[in-house]
Design a protein around this ligand. Structure first.
Ligand SMILES: NC(=O)c1ccc[n+]([C@@H]2O[C@H](COP(=O)([O-])OP(=O)(O)OC[C@H]3O[C@@H](n4cnc5c(N)ncnc54)[C@H](OP(=O)(O)O)[C@@H]3O)[C@@H](O)[C@H]2O)c1
Length: 356
């Protein structure tokens, strides 16, 4: 099979570099162009590389960052663009790219809540991918935009999916402990975050509620009917490098299951990407930690197997039931399952479904 030519928009950033690491040696996709702003233009990916634990192969390391130019990408025959741009810029760039026949897999928030754009987490809502057919018609566009969620919602939604399918509840209370890499590079000033916690992340709490409702909603053939659920969040930035930890509390209606039953429900959770054995799908989407002090960002953010899917599993632990109150922690790698990894998995789903 000929590999599909792809570009990264925003290749020098936190999410953009994760894209580069996931696309090297990808069985179906070939990275042919990497775009950034004027600030990084002319440097190679190897020169700006900040993920020392994942070395780059020569072909990717020597790729030069070019000034963002959608026309140039189209001229290079790019069919897939992975978006890691700030939302205000993504709003223009991604639409133009889609109009030129490019399939855009975006991390930015710009289009997430548009009715004909999916927020795809394929273990949860694989069928939402079909909205791109509606989108193409609505916008008379050959390409399309598929988004992935805000990074904290990604972990929460994966953990909630097996629960909403089996248990009755309307409200979810969550407190997040979010890593510094979630704010991009250079991100939060060091004097603000060093040995400190910041109990405000702009727009994050609102995003958690509205995106979870859409992700867990159902596709009616034209748009998504949101799930009847409320997510009440406290979002806090903490001095960790990668991995968003979240404490979740849910008041259940009806007879609660036992902790052992809940462990089994999480453990057995699986989806279409697992059935299809897509390259970036973790064999197990949720990993249950039974130790009393797990999951932890340092130990568990990179959970997921095989190697290509490291950081794609959501870890769940400290499951407790007190009367009707269910509590647990979940942990998501913000730039992998909550960022570039989910986009690459979404592209693999679109390729499998013949959308691109
Ligand atoms: N970090 C996360 O955990 C995470 C998770 C999910 C979603 N997201 C979303 O993903 C997007 C990227 O986030 P990030 O954390 O990777 O941000 P980042 O580290 O700040 O990277 C931003 C990228 O956009 C490029 N860029 C900025 N202004 C530009 C311009 N005027 N023209 C061309 N390129 C420009 C930057 O290039 P230069 O380096 O040359 O400036 C860089 O490559 C954001 O929309 C964010 O909300 C982030």
């Amino acid at each position: 099979m000929n590999k599909i030519p792809a570009a990264i928009f925003g290749a020098s950033g936190m999410v953009g570099q994760r894209f580069a690491s996931l696309l090297q040696n990808h069985p179906q996709i070939e990275l042919v162009a990497a775009y950034s702003s004027d600030r990084s233009r002319g440097k190679t990916l190897g020169e700006i590389w900040r993920i020392p634990e994942i070395p780059l192969i020569e072909d990717v390391s020597s790729l030069k960052l070019e000034k963002l130019d959608v026309e140039d990408a189209a001229a290079k025959g790019v069919k897939i663009a992975f978006g890691a741009l700030p939302a205000d810029l993504a709003r223009d760039v991604e639409l133009v790219a889609a109009s030129k026949g490019i399939a855009v897999f975006s991390n930015a928030g710009a289009y997430r809540m548009e009715s004909d754009v999916p927020i795809l987490i394929p273990e949860i809502n694989f069928d939402h991918l079909n909205i791109v057919d509606v989108q193409r018609k609505n916008r008379n566009s050959k390409g399309f935009i598929v988004t992935n969620s805000n990074c904290s919602v990604a972990g929460l939604s994966v953990a909630l999916k097996p629960l909403v399918d089996r248990l009755r509840f309307k409200r979810v209370f969550v407190s997040t402990y979010q890593a510094i890499s979630g704010a991009g590079y250079p991100g939060v000033p060091s004097l603000d975050i060093n040995a400190n916690c910041l109990p405000f992340i702009k727009n994050e709490e609102e995003k958690m509620n509205r995106e979870a409702r859409k992700i867990l909603g159902s596709f009616n053939g034209k748009s998504i009917d949101p799930r009847d659920i409320e997510v009440w969040a406290h979002c806090v930035r903490v001095p960790c490098r990668d991995g968003h930890l979240e404490s979740v509390s849910i008041l259940l209606d009806g007879q609660p299951p036992s902790v052992e039953e809940l462990e089994r429900i999480f453990d057995e959770f699986t989806g279409v990407p697992q059935e299809l054995k897509l390259p970036t799908a973790p064999q197990q989407a949720i990993i249950v930690r039974k130790e009393r002090d797990r999951p932890q960002p340092i130990l568990d953010a990179m959970a997921g197997y095989p190697d290509r899917a490291r950081g794609m599993a959501v870890s769940v632990g400290r499951i407790r039931i007190d009367g009707n109150l269910l509590r647990f922690f979940c942990l998501v790698h913000n730039t992998l399952r909550g960022g570039a990894g989910d986009s690459v998995l979404n592209a693999e789903c679109a390729i499998h479904e013949g959308k691109t």
